[in-house]
Design a protein around this ligand. Structure first.
Ligand code: SF4
Length: 350
């Protein structure tokens, strides 16, 4: 899986595109005008490893809050603006690190030029965010009201051209649809037509139980093709969960090594201990650890020792006892009640 070669773009201190690591981002769900609540949520996101954060700017109070929010956070801030070019200009002047707009809904050419001038003056990029929910009427009509990959790409290219005609090329693009197959097809098509870095995700993916799966399938399929320079998992829920899921997707595809990866067997009729409980306890107690380690929790002596030995740290359970492996070697034999503690001690020692 070779990453697609894209243009390098700096979003504050985070550089995406070219061969840079895929950056994880999220979006606040507080009222942006409530500075204290928004900063609190951004700090929680920073703690979870979020690298870029976006805030919606739907009104004047939100635009006014950006400068103060920016002062109190440590990761790049993106202002998400629709329709109102004045908010975009104010955001640039307030020190945000990127603007997310849709040039098509900002207004006439003079208004777009004013936004581009502000982005240029403050040396910040613009993300063209095409979304199936806000596709231009004429493109929708051309495809008989259907959201198609071709339609989304046409919209993206049209919006990019507006910026390029103004000699602006510090561009990131997203082209999200609620349909997973349409999103995948659209990004694949777009990736053949432009060299700008792509922000990937499935829009309105749903509540976590559904959205995590839809996002993992869609984002995973794209990343597996080398497409995607930054990503956001969109969930109807806690944004910290979005970040956690984003890292799990990147870890699953071995695109990053970060934190503890707990693998565990599905269990079957051979199991003699509560593997689900042990694996969950170890997962919960090691979520704060950033060092990359693979920990295997296996239920019996059939596949247990082999898989456990393949991990950095492994637990192969038997009837009332477990063997602890470290780098393929058995280092301890412990009774069932001490299994979790023994694995945690080995993790601490690593
Ligand atoms: Fe069953 Fe053992 Fe495989 Fe777990 S490791 S699924 S208990 S055979």
């Amino acid at each position: 899986m070779l990453p697609r070669k894209t243009k390098k773009i700096a979003i504050g201190k985070v550089v995406i595109g070219d061969k840079n690591p895929i950056a994880v981002q999220s979006m606040t769900k507080t009222k942006t005008s409530d500075v204290a609540a928004t900063v609190r949520q951004i700090h929680a996101l920073e703690q979870a490893g979020c690298q870029i954060v976006r805030c919606a700017v739907p009104d004047q109070a939100s635009a006014d809050a950006l400068r103060e929010i920016k002062k109190q956070i440590h990761i790049p801030l993106v202002a998400d603006i629709h329709f109102n070019h004045k908010f975009a200009i104010q955001a640039a002047e307030s020190g945000v690190d990127k603007l997310r707009i849709n040039p098509g809904n900002i207004g006439d050419k003079n208004k777009i030029k004013a936004v581009v001038d502000a982005a240029q003056a403050h040396k910040i990029p613009i993300r063209v965010g095409v979304n199936s929910g806000s596709l231009e009427k004429e493109i929708k009509a051309k495809y008989k009201g259907h959201i198609t990959a071709q339609g989304l790409v046409e919209s993206a290219l049209k919006n990019i051209k507006i910026l390029e005609d103004l000699k602006f090329k510090d561009i990131v693009i997203s082209i999200k649809a609620t349909s997973v197959p349409v999103t995948i097809a659209a990004y694949k098509l777009l990736s053949k037509k432009v060299k700008y870095p792509l922000h990937i995700g499935i829009t309105e993916a749903g509540i976590p139980e559904v959205g995590i799966i839809r996002s993992s399938v869609g984002i995973g399929a794209l990343l597996a093709e080398g497409i995607g320079d930054t990503l956001r998992v969109s969930l109807t829920g806690d944004p910290v969960e979005e970040v956690r899921v984003a890292y799990e997707i990147l870890k699953s595809l071995e695109l990053i090594e970060a934190g503890i990866t707990v693998i565990s067997c599905p269990t079957c009729g051979r199991v003699e201990v509560d593997v689900a409980k042990i694996a969950r306890q170890i997962y919960e107690k090691t979520r704060h650890i950033t060092k990359p380690l693979k920990v295997a929790i296996m239920g019996c002596e059939v596949n247990g020792p082999g898989e456990a030995a393949d991990a950095d740290i492994g637990l192969a359970c038997g009837k009332g006892v477990g063997l602890i492996f470290r780098n393929g070697q058995v280092v301890r034999k412990v009774p069932e009640r001490e299994m979790v503690q023994a694995v945690l001690e080995e993790i601490e020692r690593s």
